[in-house]
Design a protein around this ligand. Structure first.
Ligand code: HEM
Ligand SMILES: *[C@@H]1O[C@H](CO)[C@@H](O)[C@H](O)[C@H]1NC(C)=O
Ligand SMILES: *[C@@H]1O[C@H](CO)[C@@H](O)[C@H](O)[C@H]1NC(C)=O
Ligand SMILES: *[C@@H]1O[C@H](CO)[C@@H](O)[C@H](O)[C@H]1NC(C)=O
Length: 313
């Protein structure tokens, strides 16, 4: 009986020690949020691509080994890190997290994890781009493992609905989360390689994906000709690329999405319905996005507070 109670207690302790809380740093680092926000603001003032980069960085972090800052670790010796895996194509702005971490270490050394700093920075990126804001549950710990080979676990832009659904459900996320979080594609830029499957040799009978709006297809094909050699070429994710709005959904229903994975949301009755709701109501999109990003960003991770976000302790 005593052993049973002890193990129950242990379970409870393990469970609660991993639970995130909005007030996690209330006593140990009350100024952490303002400090991170300041670093994000400063970077955004010099580089408009920063918010998109931070949001995508957080997504990649959470989808590989949970939100544990693994995406921030640099390759070292014989270990090639996540950020140097092939789907890293647009990951950048790591310096923003470095700057935020430095500022946070200066006020509360060794207290705040890199994973929490990234989760806060992603929230700030959305809010400072005109999107919704939310309270971020905190208390993530940083992981010690980051492998380029893990990036094969990320969903690919060529995925169909069932592949996307599986990728999300493996992480406890629903098709509603999939529909809402795909709205992150309201920010940023995509390279030709991410959508060339839709505009060159699409399938046996079509060179161009027939679900694309023809004039939109012509425009992105012009930017991305076959055998395009300009590696930096591509397209903005939507026509209001620095504003976190519901334009992505409006364009999606009009055949103006970039990825097959975006288009795939229209091939399932439930996500199609959500896309149309989000296209008509920015408020509904914001509400759903906030719920879903909190779910995604609560996927648990590591066991230490890294001192330098690029290097394990
Ligand atoms: C549903 C599965 C998803 C797939 C297949 C996917 C795929 C991609 C791809 C291929 C790119 C372009 C990379 C490039 O060509 O440079 C991209 C960009 C981006 N993704 Fe996703 N993504 C997904 C979900 C998400 C989620 C959940 C978020 C965040 C909530 C997100 C946020 C972004 C942002 C902000 C960019 C632009 C990055 C930049 O401009 O630096 N994506 N995504
Ligand atoms: C990689 O390096 C570590 C330590 O630097 C070493 O223990 C390990 O054996 C090496 N692995 C390979 C595959 O070379
Ligand atoms: C992405 O990975 C490639 C290796 O696959 C590497 O050469 C490149 O530097 C990486 N890019 C970034 C931004 O880390
Ligand atoms: C989705 O893609 C997978 C892998 O290519 C394939 O096996 C499956 O049949 C596809 N599903 C649909 C509904 O097209």
């Amino acid at each position: 009986m005593a052993a049973f109670i002890t193990s129950l207690l242990m379970l409870f302790l393990v469970h609660t020690s991993n639970a995130l809380s909005k007030k996690y740093y209330a006593d140990t680092c009350p100024d952490v949020e303002a400090t991170v926000t300041e670093a994000v603001k400063e970077a955004m003032a010099n580089d408009k691509t920063v918010p998109a980069a931070l949001l995508r960085m957080h997504f990649h972090d959470c989808f590989i080994r949970g939100c544990d800052g693994s995406v921030l670790i640099d390759s070292k010796g014989n270990n090639t890190a996540e950020k140097d895996g092939s789907p890293n194509i647009s990951l950048h702005a790591f310096y923003v997290i470095d700057n935020a971490k430095k500022a946070v270490e200066a006020i509360c050394p060794g207290v705040v994890s890199c994973a929490d700093i990234l989760a806060l920075a992603a929230r700030d990126a959305v809010a400072l781009s005109g999107g919704p804001s939310w309270e971020v549950p905190k208390g993530r710990k940083d992981g010690r493992i980051s492998k380029a080979s893990d990036t094969s676990q990320l969903p690919a832009p060529t995925f169909n609905f069932s592949q996307l659904k599986q990728s999300f459900s493996q992480r406890g996320l629903s098709t509603r989360d999939l529909a809402a979080l795909s709205g992150g594609h309201t920010l940023g830029f995509a390279h030709c390689s991410s959508f060339q499957n839709r505009i060159h040799s699409f399938d046996a009978s079509n060179d161009i994906d027939p679900s694309l709006n023809p004039s939109f297809a012509a425009r992105i094909r012009k930017a991305c000709p076959e055998n395009n050699k300009v590696r930096s070429a591509g397209s903005t994710m939507d026509s209001t690329t620095t504003v976190f709005d519901n334009n992505y959904y409006k364009l999606l229903v009009s055949g103006m999405s970039l990825f097959s994975s975006d288009e795939a949301l229209l091939t399932n009755a439930k996500t199609k319905e959500l896309v149309s709701t989000f296209a008509t109501s920015q408020e509904e999109f914001y509400k759903a996005f906030v719920k879903s990003i909190i779910r995604m960003s609560s996927l648990n991770g590591g066991d230490e507070v890294r001192l330098d976000c690029r290097v394990v302790n």
